[in-house]
Write a protein that binds this ligand. Sequence first.
Ligand SMILES: CC(=O)CC(=O)SCCNC(=O)CCNC(=O)[C@H](O)C(C)(C)COP(=O)(O)OP(=O)(O)OC[C@H]1O[C@@H](n2cnc3c(N)ncnc32)[C@H](O)[C@@H]1OP(=O)(O)O
Ligand SMILES: NC(=O)C1=CN([C@@H]2O[C@H](COP(=O)(O)OP(=O)(O)OC[C@H]3O[C@@H](n4cnc5c(N)ncnc54)[C@H](O)[C@@H]3O)[C@@H](O)[C@H]2O)C=CC1
Length: 309
Amino acid sequence: MMQFKVISRSFSASSVQQAIKNVTVIGGGLMGSGIAQVAAQAGQNVTLVDVSPEVLSKAQKSIETNLGRVAKKIYKDKPQEGEKFVAEALGRLKTSTNALEASKSTDLVVEAIVENLDVKHKVFKQLDDVADQHTIFASNTSSLSINDIATAIKRKDRFGGLHFFNPVPVMRLLEVVRGAETSDQTYNTMMEWGKAVGKTCITCKDTPGFVVNRLLVPYIAEAIRLFERGDASARDIDIAMKLGAGYPMGPLELADYVGLDTNKFILDGWHKKYPNEPLFNPIPLLNKLVSEGKLGVKTGQGFYTYDKK
Ligand SMILES: CC(=O)CC(=O)SCCNC(=O)CCNC(=O)[C@H](O)C(C)(C)COP(=O)(O)OP(=O)(O)OC[C@H]1O[C@@H](n2cnc3c(N)ncnc32)[C@H](O)[C@@H]1OP(=O)(O)O
Ligand SMILES: NC(=O)C1=CN([C@@H]2O[C@H](COP(=O)(O)OP(=O)(O)OC[C@H]3O[C@@H](n4cnc5c(N)ncnc54)[C@H](O)[C@@H]3O)[C@@H](O)[C@H]2O)C=CC1
């Protein structure tokens, strides 16, 4: 059974509330919208940025729905308090298509855009020039090196990894990653902030995939290869891992949920960096689905078909 203790813990007072009052989240997709939600529900002023106004309006709707789900749990017998909680959290959330403006006077920038080093470099470099000196930058990257991302910015001591899990409002873990030059103060603030938004934080060195994805991505890749070889149906692979190993989702369902493009970005990046590691070899079926725009839940088609939201 899922436990939701952490959600209610996010409302406890914390010293970090002093340090981090304003948060800017860059990227309003799957992850950015969830990160914005947990920060807003923890009492912080949040600006969610995306290049696409359509993405922002979709994010706002899903945040409202998901805040409602959280409120139902916390204020089970007090629906009016639940409504107040949702309204107040939404009141602390702004959206913007102007990343530079939104990053000028904020305490923390969390980046959750496409998993591509050049694109992340470009964005961070621009933000580094305009953001206040005290502002901490963090990336939600799932597979890139924090040190590699940091090469684009001057504030290397005020930069680190904050790796959330999907769905952000529900998954209780946050991986906090120190780069080679992350200062103790930045690291401590990131750990405190993670707790303040209701997560259990673990620390990992800047190694590929940190802890979770170093284990999870090869597992998903092996499941896709198993299916590609025709050894079992998608449905049976997923049933096997749910009933035989106790996972909440099977690996192909999870691949669709994470996004097949994200899975491909991760594998391709690691294959390029570690060409002799067979676990990271490209998978023709994954490449084919992505090239056809079948990215999983978010496009309505992946290994399975979904109602498009
Ligand atoms: C790629 C990376 O870099 C890293 C990653 O993120 S890897 C992916 C990590 N994530 C996982 O492994 C997810 C595995 N799956 C699960 O844990 C579960 O299937 C799941 C939590 C996603 C859904 O659970 P479920 O029981 O199948 O569905 P559902 O009944 O809809 O949801 C369970 C509860 O979570 C809540 N919930 C689900 N999504 C939510 C959201 N986005 N916001 C708020 N609440 C949500 C629901 O309201 C529901 O609450 P109740 O139990 O009180 O009714
Ligand atoms: N999907 C997942 O389960 C997880 C993904 N991540 C990581 O989080 C990051 C984002 O992933 P998702 O949310 O899944 O992707 P997504 O594709 O859902 O969202 C990315 C968003 O960034 C926007 N964007 C792109 N360039 C931008 C720019 N220059 N400025 C502002 N917005 C821009 C896009 O319009 C898009 O809405 C990636 O680094 C990914 O590896 C981390 C944990 C889990």
